[in-house]
Ligand binder design. Sequence first.
Ligand code: BTN
Length: 336
Amino acid sequence: MRKQPAKEVSDILEPVLVLLRDNRSKFFSAKEIADKLGVPGKTIMEAIGGLSAWGYRFESNARAQFRFLSAPDTFFPFEIHYGLKTKYIARRISPYYSIVSTNETAFRLAEKGAPEGTMVIAEKQTGGRGRMGRSWHSPPKLGLWMSLVLRPKIAPSAAPSLSILSALTLSEVIRAKYKLQSMIKWPNDCLIDNRKVSGILTELSAEPDKTEFVIVGVGINVNLTSKDFPRSLRSAATSLREELGEKVNRVDLLRAFLERFEINYDLFKAKGLKAFLGKIKKHSLMLGRKIKLKVGQKIIQAVAYDIDSDGALLARHRREILRVTAGEVTIIDSAS
Ligand code: BTN
């Protein structure tokens, strides 16, 4: 029989972690773990040392046994994958500490053929991109800055629907998980108490009648405090931590978002945005409100009254009905 090559420490980090984590009330000796994984006890000690250096915490007892205590709130792929119930969303992850923009990198990966669901995630962006050519403030370790590669078989004109679908998904997660009243500001922002907690930037590569891929970039202000925002953003922006009064585990939030996103995206591919219109309208901050929109060079005041099955905003301006598919929309009446 051929001899199996000896396992490296890096090969067993994840199995050691999963074993201890799945049985977190139990203490294990290095020998017990080694026997289960078929490696020398010395390698197990190195693995536990390596995991500890990454921020995993273990408790040891007088009999030199270990048990799992806690995980760091860091976007390691195997941390994200622990317990993640998705079939294809974020099954492939490109993690970075610092990146210019996750959207930019995801776009390049998609051009090289990255499969549907590939996720690019970073602790920090140095050139985070927002809509309308704006920048997106993305300081290290405080937020969730990530992009997904999607390859839906839809007309390019339907691609903006993915912005609103993603905003709805996040709004649902924020409501269900943190009991905060998240609202969608058309087309792609999530607001809590009228302040922006998240923005979504959708970019696409398409031929006139065929979408090649769509990049959905999601930025969530998770653990930023007021001083972490530039002064110019402080009154308009908020974070989950500011709203809840306590820190939020970013990996938990990410897993919840990815799982909900896959469910919603599968339904979107089967039925289109119309399957979500009821929910979108319920979460929408804009319907029935007086708005200001920029159409070409003109600024128009109108009343927003509906969202159609492609995600366009319908607004009344005098007797005219405007169908808004992109651009800057501002609410100009005060909330009732
Ligand atoms: C906006 O509200 O203007 C959209 C902001 C989108 C920000 C996210 S952060 C992750 C992804 N990478 C980027 O460069 N932008 C998006």
